[in-house]
Design a protein around this ligand. Structure first.
Ligand SMILES: Nc1nc2c(c(=O)[nH]1)N[C@H]1C(S)=C(S)[C@@H](COP(=O)(O)OP(=O)(O)OC[C@H]3O[C@@H](n4cnc5c(=O)[nH]c(N)nc54)[C@H](O)[C@@H]3O)O[C@H]1N2
Ligand SMILES: Nc1nc2c(c(=O)[nH]1)N[C@H]1C(S)=C(S)[C@@H](COP(=O)(O)OP(=O)(O)OC[C@H]3O[C@@H](n4cnc5c(=O)[nH]c(N)nc54)[C@H](O)[C@@H]3O)O[C@H]1N2
Ligand SMILES: [Mo]
Length: 733
C-alpha cells in the first residue's frame, strides 16, 4: 500500500495540505481491500502520521483537529459492517447483499404507496465533488425524486444567494487567499477564523500589523481580540443588527464622498435606489440600534476607503451575519458597501464569504441543491435541463423539477405528502438542524431511514439501516476549497474490509432499481462525467482533470476547456448579461415577537450559537478524538459575569437555557468576552447540551437559511448542585 500520500485535511474549507505517512507497520495491519466481500473488525494498527505540507492557504500549518484527524481512521467505534435495526431496536450486522436488498425494497414500497417524491435525500458539503455530483444524479434519476437538499443550506445559502443576486455567480472568495496578505484594510463580519480556520490567521498578520483589521462580532472572539495589538477595531453590535450597521457604514461612505463614483458608473446598476435606502441610517441613529459608537462607524468607513486607495480593502462575511432569517439581505448590504467602494473585481481589493465545509464550495455546485443541476445550473432552466438530459442520455422529462429546501424537507418527514423514506449522506441532522427536537421526531416517524456514515452518529442511531462508508484517507476524489480551487484528495490507507465507497453504493442501488443512465464506482470516471456536465455552466470544470491536479497545477474555476482557470474573478465583467454588478436596496425587517417568559425565575436573553476550536460541526467526528474531547468535554454556556451575578450563577454552575422549543442544561462559563444581554452556546454536543434544541426553524425567504444566530431564550440557575447531578436528574425526568 501507499507509503505516503499528499492530500488535504478532512475538515473545513481551508483544506490545509497535509502528507499522510504510513509507518512501516501499516502494511501488516491485516486490512483487506474494500472490494472483497465480508467484513472484519478494524485492527488496532498505528495511525497514519500526519504532517502539514506547504501550500498557499495553510503554509504548512494545521490546527488541532487536523493534527489529530488520523486517529479516527482506526477508531474502535467505527461502523465497519452494514447495521440493521430489528424490531427490538437493536442494531445487528447484515451482509451488503441483504442491506442493498432492504434499501431497494424500502424505496420501491414508498414509491408504490406514496409516489416518487416520498423518497428524500439529505446530502452534505463534506462529500467530494464526485460523490455530490453522483448523489444528485442518483436522487433525480435512480430514485426519481425532486426531494434532495443538503446541509449547505444551513451554511452557505444566504451568502450564495446574495452573491448570485449581485454578481450573477457565487464563488466564496473570488480571489486567492494570499491576496489578503498585502491588504491595508479588512472588514470581517461574523467570522471567527482564529478558531474556525486557525492557519488562515497567517494571512491576517500583515493587515493586523498595519492597524487595518476590523472585526464585527457581538463577542470578543479570538479573532476580534486579534485586532487589538495592531490598532485595529472590534465593533461589538447587538446580535442580529449587522444589516443596520452596514447601512450605517454605507451612509458614511456616501455622505462623506468616500465612494468610487467612476467604478459605480461603469460597473454597477441600482446605485440610486441604494442611496435612498441608506438615507435614514445616519451613524448616531445606527448607534442607538446596534450599540456600536457612531465614531467607530465613521472610522470603519474611512479606513475601508483609504485602504482601497493603498494596499487594497476587503470585506469578508462569515456565518455570524449569514445564518439569520435576513441573512441574504445582510450579505447583500455587505456587498452593496463593497460596490460603493469599488472593491469587487478590482486587482487588489475584493468582497468574499468564507465557505465552511471541506467541500462547501464544490458541494453547492454539482446538483445536491433542491433547485439545481450540475455546473451551478438552475433546474428550472430549459437549456440546463436539455444539456443534462444529453449528458445523462435520458429524456428531459425524466429529470424532476425543483424540490424542497432543507428546513422544509425536514419539516415534511413522515407527513402525509412528505418524505417517508430518507437517505442521509454526510450530515448529522439530529444535532445540526434547527429545532432539533422536531427533526428527531420527524426521523422517528419515517417508514425507512438509511444513513451512510462511518460512525454511529446521533442521526445514524435513529436509522433503520446504517451503511459504513470510507473516510477521507481511504478514498480518491476532488474537493473545491474556499477559494474555488479544485484539489485532489488521495488515498493513503486501505479501508476496513466491510466499508464501501458511496459511489459503489449508489451504483449498486441504481442497478437494483433499474435506473436510467450509468453510475460508476470509480472517482475519476465520475469526474470525467462531471466535466461534461459542468461544461458551459457557471461553475465550469471542463478544463480540469486528475492528471493536471496531480501535477500540482492550481485550478480555480471557472475553468472551461482550453482556458487556464480564473484565480481572480470579475476583473473585466460580472456574470450578469450586461456585465454589471447589481446593487439591491435592503432594509431591516421586524423580527417575530418572542413568546412570553413563563418562568419568573428566568431572565430573557439572546442566544447566539457557533463553534469552538476543538470540535467540528455536530461533533460526530471530533467528540471521538480523545485529545479533543479531553480539552472540551462538554458544552458550556458563555455568559457575562454581570448577568450571571444577577441570577446567582457562578463559573461552572449548572444553567438552564430554555424556550418554547426545548431546554439545554449545561455548565456556565463566565466571560467578559460576551455582551451582558447575550449568551453563547456551541452546537457541537448532543442531547441535553444540544444548542439546536433552542434554535428556530424559521427561514430566510430567499435562501432558506434558518435562524441559528439569534434566538430568544430564558436563562436561570439550574441548581446549586454539581452539574453531573443536574444532568442526571434532567435526563431522568
Ligand atoms: N473548529 C471548527 N472549525 C470549523 C467548523 C467547526 O465546526 N469547528 N466548521 C466549519 C464550517 S462548516 C463553517 S460554516 C465555518 C464557520 O466559521 P465561522 O463563521 O467563523 O463560525 P461561527 O462560530 O459559527 O460564527 C462566527 C462568529 O459569529 C459571531 N456571531 C454570532 N451572531 C452574530 C451576529 O448576529 N452578528 C455578527 N456580526 N456576528 C455574530 C459568533 O460570536 C462567532 O464568533 O467554520 C468551519 N471551521
Ligand atoms: N446552532 C447551530 N447549528 C448549526 C450551525 C451553527 O452555527 N449553529 N452551523 C450549521 C453549519 S454552517 C453546518 S455546515 C452544519 C453542519 O452540521 P452537519 O451537517 O451535522 O455536519 P457534520 O457534523 O460535519 O456531519 C457530518 C456527518 O457525516 C459524516 N461524514 C463525514 N464525511 C463523510 C462522507 O464523506 N460521507 C458520509 N456519508 N458521511 C460523512 C460524519 O461522521 C458526520 O456524522 O451545521 C449547521 N448547524
Ligand atoms: Mo458550515
Amino acid at each position: 500500500m501507499t507509503k505516503s500520500a499528499d492530500t488535504h485535511c478532512p475538515y473545513c474549507a481551508l483544506q490545509c495540505a497535509m502528507t499522510l505517512k504510513s509507518p512501516a507497520a501499516t502494511a501488516a495491519t491485516g486490512l483487506t481491500p474494500a472490494d472483497q466481500p465480508g467484513s472484519s473488525p478494524v485492527p488496532a494498527a498505528p495511525a497514519l502520521e500526519v504532517s502539514g505540507r506547504d501550500f498557499p492557504t495553510n503554509r504548512g500549518g494545521l490546527c488541532r483537529k487536523g493534527w489529530t484527524s488520523a486517529s479516527l481512521l482506526q477508531h474502535p467505534g467505527r461502523v465497519t459492517e452494514p447495521m440493521f435495526k430489528g424490531p427490538d431496536g437493536v442494531f445487528r450486522p447484515i451482509s451488503w447483499d441483504e442491506a442493498l436488498g432492504r434499501v431497494t425494497t424500502a424505496v420501491k414500497d414508498a414509491r408504490a404507496k406514496y409516489g416518487a417524491d416520498s423518497v428524500g435525500v439529505f446530502g452534505g458539503g463534506g462529500l467530494t465533488n464526485e460523490k455530490a455530483y453522483q448523489l444528485g444524479k442518483f436522487a433525480r434519476l435512480a430514485l426519481g425524486t425532486s426531494r434532495i437538499d443538503y446541509n449547505g443550506r444551513f451554511c452557505m445559502s444566504s451568502a450564495a444567494a446574495a452573491g448570485m443576486r449581485a454578481f450573477g455567480l457565487d464563488r466564496g472568495l473570488p480571489f486567492p487567499l494570499e491576496a489578503l496578505d498585502t491588504a491595508s484594510t479588512i472588514l470581517m463580519l461574523g467570522s471567527n477564523v482564529a478558531e474556525t480556520m486557525p492557519p488562515f490567521v497567517q494571512h491576517l498578520q500583515g493587515v493586523r500589523d498595519a492597524g487595518g483589521f476590523i472585526v464585527v462580532d457581538p463577542r470578543r472572539s479570538a479573532t476580534a481580540a486579534f485586532t487589538s495589538d495592531g490598532g485595529g477595531i472590534h465593533l461589538q453590535p447587538l446580535p442580529g443588527t449587522d444589516l443596520t450597521l452596514l447601512l450605517g457604514i454605507s451612509h458614511v461612505v456616501i455622505h462623506e464622498g468616500l465612494l468610487d463614483a467612476e467604478y459605480i458608473q461603469a460597473r454597477t446598476t441600482g446605485f440610486d435606489a441604494v442611496v435612498r435606502s441608506v438615507n435614514a441610517y445616519w451613524p448616531e441613529r445606527v448607534q442607538s440600534i446596534t450599540g456600536v459608537p457612531a465614531e467607530l462607524i465613521r472610522e470603519t468607513a474611512r479606513r475601508l476607503a483609504s485602504g482601497a486607495r493603498r494596499g487594497g480593502s476587503y470585506i469578508l462575511t462569515g456565518r455570524g451575519v449569514e445564518q439569520h432569517v435576513d441573512g441574504t439581505d445582510t450579505a447583500t448590504a455587505a456587498i452593496n458597501l463593497s460596490l460603493l467602494l469599488g472593491l469587487p473585481g478590482s486587482t487588489r481589493s475584493g468582497y468574499g464569504t468564507l465557505t465552511g465545509q471541506g467541500n462547501g464550495q464544490g458541494g453547492r455546485e454539482h446538483g445536491q441543491k433542491a433547485d439545481q443541476l450540475p455546473g451551478y445550473r438552475k433546474i428550472t432552466d430549459p437549456a440546463a435541463r436539455a444539456h443534462m438530459a444529453k449528458v445523462w442520455n435520458v429524456p428531459e422529462s425524466l429529470i424532476p423539477g425543483p424540490g424542497l429546501p432543507a428546513v422544509q424537507l425536514l419539516k415534511s418527514l413522515g407527513q402525509p405528502d412528505g418524505v417517508r423514506c430518507l437517505f442521509v449522506h454526510a450530515s448529522n441532522i439530529a444535532v445540526a438542524s434547527p429545532d432539533a427536537n422536531a427533526v428527531i421526531r420527524g426521523l422517528r416517524s419515517l417508514d425507512f431511514l438509511v444513513v451512510c456514515d462511518f460512525f454511529m452518529s446521533e442521526t445514524a442511531a435513529e436509522a433503520d439501516l446504517v451503511l459504513p462508508v470510507l473516510q477521507w484517507a481511504e478514498e480518491e476524489g476532488t474537493l473545491t476549497n474556499l477559494e474555488g480551487r479544485v484539489l485532489r484528495r488521495r488515498q493513503a490507507i486501505q479501508p476496513p474490509a466491510g466499508a464501501r465507497s458511496e459511489l459503489w453504493i449508489m451504483a449498486r442501488l441504481a442497478e437494483a432499481l433499474e435506473a436510467p443512465s450509468t453510475y460508476s464506482d470509480d472517482p475519476e470516471t465520475v469526474f470525467e462525467e462531471l466535466r461534461l456536465a459542468s461544461a458551459g455552466g457557471a461553475a465550469d470544470y471542463s478544463g480540469i482533470d486528475y492528471a493536471m491536479l496531480d501535477s500540482g497545477a492550481a485550478a480555480y474555476w471557472p475553468y472551461p476547456a482550453g482556458s487556464t482557470g480564473t484565480p481572480r474573478m470579475f476583473l473585466e465583467a460580472f456574470a450578469h448579461a450586461d456585465g454589471k454588478a447589481v446593487m439591491t436596496p435592503v432594509a431591516p425587517r421586524r423580527r417575530r415577537t418572542p413568546v412570553a417568559n413563563p418562568d419568573p425565575a428566568a431572565k430573557p436573553m439572546t442566544l447566539i450559537t457557533g463553534r469552538l476550536l476543538e470540535h467540528y460541526q455536530s461533533g460526530a467526528q471530533t467528540r471521538r478524538v480523545a485529545e479533543l474531547l479531553a480539552s472540551r468535554p462538554e458544552a458550556r454556556v458563555q455568559i457575562h459575569p454581570a448577568a450571571a451575578a444577577a441570577m446567582g450563577i457562578t463559573d461552572g454552575a449548572g444553567v438552564s437555557v430554555a424556550n418554547e422549543r426545548g431546554e439545554v442544561v449545561c455548565r456556565a462559563e463566565l466571560s467578559t468576552a460576551i455582551r451582558p444581554e447575550t449568551v453563547f452556546l456551541p452546537f457541537h454536543f448532543p442531547e441535553l447540551e444540544s444548542a439546536n434544541r433552542l434554535t428556530e426553524a424559521a427561514t430566510d425567504p430567499i435562501s432558506g437559511m434558518p435562524e441559528f444566530k439569534f434566538n430568544k431564550v430564558w436563562v436561570r440557575l439550574a441548581a446549586a448542585t454539581p452539574i453531573t447531578s443536574v444532568l442526571q436528574t434532567s435526563e431522568a425526568s
